[in-house]
Design a protein around this ligand. Structure first.
Ligand SMILES: Cc1cc2nc3c(=O)[nH]c(=O)nc-3n(C[C@H](O)[C@H](O)[C@H](O)COP(=O)(O)OP(=O)(O)OC[C@H]3O[C@@H](n4cnc5c(N)ncnc54)[C@H](O)[C@@H]3O)c2cc1C
Ligand code: FES
Length: 265
């Protein structure tokens, strides 16, 4: 585990309850860069303040990383005490951060000119941006499906479009088609691999849709966390015992990304 104090460069609201925070990690150097440079799908575990309320850090995914300036971008939605307090932090303040943590998306097997589908729902969308950037750099053909509740909580659409094909859906039809991300796909379309991040209902629908096909797919899960580093068993997810005989895995250290076939949602 690698703690550091990040300097806050930006912390601003970009949509309804959605904020962008950018922090600089001045501790990255030639010796530690292998551990410190984040991979798509990893997360940071953020200490909200100097007191014990709240006691636990809050996990937030990496939306993007600028390797020239060592700037880490994260998007978060205010839910409760932790994210609300993060939203009140000012430029120039320090943020106590642990990470990057977890196993990110496996992109090594995505081949040049191969085809990949990204599916993001709500606040699951941010880590897909960094993933798309890396896949596009590898010359992989990427189609992105983004789902929101409504126009006022939508974000990052232009940024995703700038990287390639992007389709949008919202539950009330105020942006893109009316419906879920799965309704953005026609039955004739095929991809080699998909990566999905979003609410459990969306991930379950994906398991049902593609469980009996040959497609390779990954889902990134969110669980409440304790230690964040694999020591407390606070973030267990059930897995198919025929794939892993223990029958469970830890979201923080085995994940948060898993093969979509192994996890029981
Ligand atoms: C690996 C990982 C990556 C994440 N990445 C992001 C991200 O990029 N952006 C982002 O906005 N959020 C992300 N989250 C979720 C984020 O960590 C929680 O929203 C945050 O911890 C809530 O803290 P809080 O103190 O604001 O809310 P709390 O006061 O702790 O809770 C407020 C309400 O939200 C519910 N809740 C809080 N956390 C979770 C959770 N993890 N799962 C289900 N329900 C929850 C609580 O039950 C409660 O009803 C991620 C979570 C994980 C595990
Ligand atoms: S949060 Fe402690 S094991 Fe995952």
């Amino acid at each position: 585990m690698i703690p550091f104090m990040g300097s806050i460069i930006q912390n601003e609201q970009i949509a309804d309850r959605i904020y962008r925070i950018v922090i600089e990690n001045t501790t990255i150097n030639e010796k530690n860069q292998k551990q410190m440079i984040p991979k798509p799908g990893q997360f940071y575990y953020i200490r909200v303040n100097d007191t014990t309320d709240p006691l636990l850090r809050r996990p937030i995914s990496i939306q993007d990383f600028d390797g020239k300036r060592n700037h880490i971008k994260m998007l978060y939605r205010t839910e409760g005490i932790g994210t609300t307090q993060i939203s009140q932090k000012k430029i120039g303040e320090k943020l106590d951060v642990l990470g990057p943590l977890g196993n990110g998306f496996t992109i090594e097997d995505a081949e040049e000119n191969g085809s990949v589908l990204l599916l993001g729902g709500g606040i699951g969308i941010p880590p897909l941006y960094y993933l798309k950037k890396e896949l596009v750099a590898k010359k992989v053909q990427v189609t992105t499906l983004l789902g929101y509740q409504t126009l006022s909580d939508s974000f990052l659409i232009d940024e995703f479009k700038a990287l390639g094909e992007t389709r949008v859906a919202s539950m009330d039809g105020s942006i893109g088609i009316k419906g879920t991300v799965l309704q953005l796909i026609s039955e004739l379309e095929k991809w080699d691999t998909f990566y999905a991040v979003g609410p459990t209902g969306m991930l379950k629908a994906i398991q049902q849709k593609w469980g009996d096909t040959a497609i390779n797919g990954y889902v990134s899960l969110e669980e409440r966390m304790g230690c964040g580093v694999g020591a407390c068993y606070g973030c267990i997810v059930k897995v198919d015992p025929s794939i892993d005989k223990k029958g469970y895995k830890k979201v923080c250290s085995d994940g948060p990304v898993f093969s979509f076939r192994e996890v029981i949602l």
